[in-house]
Design a protein around this ligand. Structure first.
Ligand code: AHG
Ligand code: MN
Ligand code: MN
Length: 322
């Protein structure tokens, strides 16, 4: 079976980039081991401090962030990092050519209940003319990403990755090596499965309300078919399900905090997941434009996220144009 390193070598991926991916996957194996220990690892519970997003951090948010930070900054190919859990970006090594943004642990509310969580990453190139790595250096649209992926900590540990030539999936073997299980993953174009936190319905804008109402009408409604619903509350697990069997995932704008464009973050969640979904033939939109076309203005910027099976994402876009 093809290992991750063999596959990247066969695809003639830049060795510097391979080393960045290795740093991430080595750290994720470490995180996976801690998660497997559960309460025995002493990692459950709250860290009793807030991150820059105004969210109370879990112990494992802090530990995963520290581990990734430490390993990536020790890698000579890394020019800088930005994390959902860090207020400021951190410059890396002078000879580094790559910038890494990451959500060290996605789905934090699921840690203590032993439900699937994951690590999401995005890799950008250091601009040629860059003399000093600052937050502005990272403000590149998603369509500039060189690579992106996630490691899912579920019943098995799975890596999904793209370097812009389709999406491949790997399973972590008992020997600690990621082996390829799928190449050129494809998201089915149509679907009858959706994921949205419906408890926020009253805060959505009118087009989103109209779409979900029509969808819930099933065979009798304008969409003409019954939809099934899933909500795991870990975007990483929802995206994995969609890459596996199709579907749509929505975290739209809502008016709970009008100053925020959505709940999810463009640089750590929206862009990497959109890159994977588009590379697998799906679509990702903020309801007005493809997420990867959004020009970032702030490293911690939020974005409405609609992604998954192409036909359904396009339908939601039409509801917003009407
Ligand atoms: P994070 O744990 O990195 O803060 O992200 C959680 C996100 C995402 O994974 C998930 O889809 C969503 O928040 C869950 O939101 P609800 O609390 O509305 O279920
Ligand atoms: Mn997240
Ligand atoms: Mn997180």
């Amino acid at each position: 079976m093809l290992s991750l390193d063999q596959a990247l070598e066969q695809a003639q991926v830049d060795p510097q980039l391979v080393s960045v991916v290795d740093s991430i996957t080595i750290t994720c194996k470490n995180i996976a081991e801690r998660l497997r220990g559960g309460a025995l690892s002493g990692l459950y519970g709250s860290a009793e401090q807030e991150n820059i997003q105004g969210e109370v951090q879990k112990n494992l948010d802090v530990i995963s962030n520290d581990l990734l930070k430490q390993v990536l900054l020790a890698n000579r190919s890394v020019a800088g990092i930005a994390s959902e859990e860090e207020e400021d970006v951190i410059a890396g090594n002078e000879e580094g050519q790559y910038l890494v943004t990451f959500d060290p642990l996605d789905g934090s509310s699921n840690i203590d209940v032993n439900v699937t969580v994951g690590t999401i990453f995005s890799i950008l190139a250091l601009p040629k003319d860059c003399t000093e790595v600052t937050a502005d250096t990272f403000l590149q649209a998603g369509n500039k990403q060189i690579a992106a992926g996630y490691v899912l900590y579920g019943p098995s540990v799975i890596l999904a990755i793209t370097t812009g030539k389709g999406v491949a999936m790997y399973n972590l073997g008992a020997d600690g090596v990621f082996y390829q299980t799928q190449d050129q993953v494809q998201v089915p174009t149509t679907t009858a499965e959706f994921a949205i936190n419906i408890s926020n319905q009253r805060f959505w804008q009118a087009p989103m309300q109209a779409y979900v109402n029509d969808l819930l009408l099933g065979e009798e409604g304008p969409l003409g078919k019954r939809f099934n619903m899933r909500w795991i509350a870990s975007m990483v697990a929802e995206v994995h399900r969609i890459l596996t069997r199709g579907g749509i995932f929505m975290y739209p704008y809502d008016s709970r905090d009008p100053s925020k464009a959505g709940k999810l973050r463009l640089m750590y969640e929206g862009n990497p997941m959109s890159f994977l979904i588009e590379q697998a033939g799906g679509a990702a939109s903020n309801t007005l434009q493809p997420i990867m076309d959004v020009e970032p203005h702030h490293i911690h910027q939020r974005v409405p996220v609609i992604l998954g099976s192409k036909e359904e994402v396009e339908r939601i876009n039409r509801y917003h144009k009407a």
